[in-house]
Design a protein. Structure first.
Lengths: 180, 86
């Protein structure tokens, strides 16, 4: 399979997965480009042990998480730099929610849910995105994340529990008291 | 809980922008013509660090070797310089 064929077969998969991580087209495009450059550079090292799509998923997830880490680092160091230019323009970008796959009627609710998903640890976030949005089975998620099926199940459960606590704080408290 | 997250099923798949392939090709071309690659930067930095470490070690070693000689001359009240007449 040539690189161009790989690109055309997987471009939508990669772009949409990046969108789930960053929720805006601009950043998703940047990550998608980096993913395919990485694929181009590493295609010779691709061992046929896993399916090509699984390998592409892994690269996309790693690049997306790296992008988010780099963005967070930039924000942390912004403390040491002036927030404004001399003419008082805001220098640093603020995160924005412009997911093209989200309809207007669901935008507000999904923005709120994604805000909470973004606060999850990286592996829980990945598990929830692959499970709930990409509609992957636990077996497929385990293969992509290179963990056991049990570990995948546990990750998804913990992610759901954290989200429940954040989305419905009062219900979360009730459930905790019932468990006790 | 699942009801809350069911709304995630309403997210639609979108098509990747058509111009992306051109940009990817450009990035690949730029990488190929890049003189200073990240790998080269790391190698040079490692060499510089090793060089500084070696120099520091050499200077410290040389200092340690001369220190006992000067201590000895001081303790025996010997003149440490070459001036015969003061």
């Amino acid at each position: 399979m040539t690189f161009e064929e790989i690109y055309h077969e997987h471009k939508n998969l990669v772009f949409n997965l990046c969108l789930q991580y960053v929720q805006n087209t601009e950043d998703a495009e940047e990550i998608t480009q980096d993913v395919f450059v990485k694929i181009y550079e590493s295609i010779d090292t691709f061992q046929q042990a896993a399916r090509l799509s699984t390998w592409v998923y892994r690269i996309t997830i790693n690049k997306s998480l790296d992008f988010l880490k780099a963005k967070k680092r930039k924000k942390r160091f912004a403390f040491f730099t002036s927030l404004f230019h001399d003419n008082n323009e805001v220098r640093h970008e603020h995160p924005y929610f412009e997911h093209p796959g989200v309809t207007l009627e669901h935008k507000e609710k999904l923005q709120h849910i994604f805000t909470q998903i973004n606060k999850l640890p990286a592996n829980q976030k990945t598990a929830i995105i692959l499970s709930k949005i990409e509609q992957k089975s636990q077996g497929e998620i385990a293969e992509i994340m290179q963990i056991s099926v049990k570990a995948t199940e546990s990750l998804i459960q913990r992610a759901k529990k954290s989200l429940l606590a954040k989305l419905n704080p009062s219900e979360g408290n009730n459930e905790n008291s019932r468990l006790m | 809980m699942n009801k809350e997250l069911e709304i995630l099923n309403t997210i639609n798949m979108v098509d990747a922008p058509p111009f992306l392939y051109t940009r990817i090709e450009q990035k690949i071309r730029n990488r190929k013509t890049e003189l200073i690659t990240p790998k080269l930067t790391y190698i040079i930095s490692a060499c510089v660090v090793l060089l500084i470490a070696f120099n520091t070690f050499s200077v410290y070693n040389a200092y340690r070797q001369t220190k006992p000689k000067t201590d000895l001359t001081k303790s025996m009240n010997l003149i440490q310089d070459n001036y015969l007449y003061k």
